[in-house]
Write a protein that binds this ligand. Structure first.
Ligand code: ADP
Ligand code: MG
Ligand code: MG
Length: 250
């Protein structure tokens, strides 16, 4: 589904990612962990297609296509979901209208019939239950005046509606409380199927108490320095990142 080969990325002339290799297959959950500044968000941003990130060498293939050649919009239409792609506030546009448009654009792109207002509401209600979303949020303008936790809930709700093939969640917010973590986890666990995959980028082992990854990768100074099963997250919690730093210094 996603194949990253020897990826080098620079930001403002500084090399941040230094040869990333990663294979994600359908049905898998991968966690990318690592100390602050190691390049986790850079990796997520490159996959999202943000302009300021320059790929200097390497390849990224998504569903058999060259991801780096695709526009951010086409990436989304092809089922790639990035948690930080919709954080903008859109005053005057209720969430429910925004979501209906997003869903129908995606359906049109896939050659499916657009949902009528009634069908959309029914679909939305089903998904609202899954993430414990409230009607009062969907009736408010897109993200306007949302708290951190509400934004997070909303984002995961969008993910549940869009049913992405590959979701990449960059959990940068150190202020995420336990409820928000649980919302993220519920979304990921609900989305989980043999056809879909998720990459969770997180500094915090805590999130992985609720999401059980198949693989854990540690990113350090722009390289994946360790990959293992879920037990690696526990080991990191116990020993901290200093352990990796010391090991790498040897
Ligand atoms: P992490 O998410 O692991 O904390 P980041 O990918 O955010 O790490 O950052 C890795 C390095 O890249 C840091 O030194 C950071 O300052 C730099 N960096 C990331 N994005 C930008 C940017 N847009 N402009 C300048 N430097 C950046
Ligand atoms: Mg950071
Ligand atoms: Mg980050």
């Amino acid at each position: 589904m996603l194949s990253i080969k020897d990826l080098y990325v620079s930001v403002e002339g500084m090399e941040i990612l230094k040869g990333i290799n990663l294979e994600v297959k359908p049905g898998e959950i991968h966690a990318i962990m690592g100390p602050n500044g190691s390049g986790k968000s850079t990796l997520a941003n490159v996959l999202a297609g943000k302009e300021e990130y320059e790929v200097t060498s390497g390849e990224v293939t998504y569903s058999g296509e060259d991801l780096l050649e695709m526009s951010p919009e086409d990436r989304a239409r092809e089922g790639l979901f990035l948690s930080f792609q919709y954080p903008v506030e859109i005053p005057g546009v209720p969430m429910v209208n925004f979501l209906k448009t997003s869903i129908n654009e995606q359906r049109k792109y896939r050659g499916q019939e657009e949902l009528t207002a009634g069908e959309f509401l029914k679909y939305m209600r089903e998904k609202m239950e899954l993430v414990d979303m409230h009607t009062k949020l969907t009736n408010r303008s897109v993200n306007e005046g949302f708290s951190g936790g509400e934004k997070k809930k909303n984002e995961i709700f969008q993910m549940a509606l869009l049913e992405p093939k590959l979701a990449i969640l960059d959990e940068t917010d150190s202020g995420l409380d336990i409820d928000a973590l649980k919302t993220v986890a519920r979304g990921v666990n609900t989305l989980r199927s043999p056809e879909n995959a998720t990459i969770v980028v997180t500094h915090y082992q805590r999130l992985l108490d609720y999401i059980v990854p198949d693989y854990v990768h540690v990113l350090y100074q722009g390289k994946i320095v360790k990959s293992a099963g879920k037990e690696l997250a526990l080991e990191l919690e116990e020993k901290g990142y200093d352990w990796i730093k010391k090991e790498m210094a040897v």
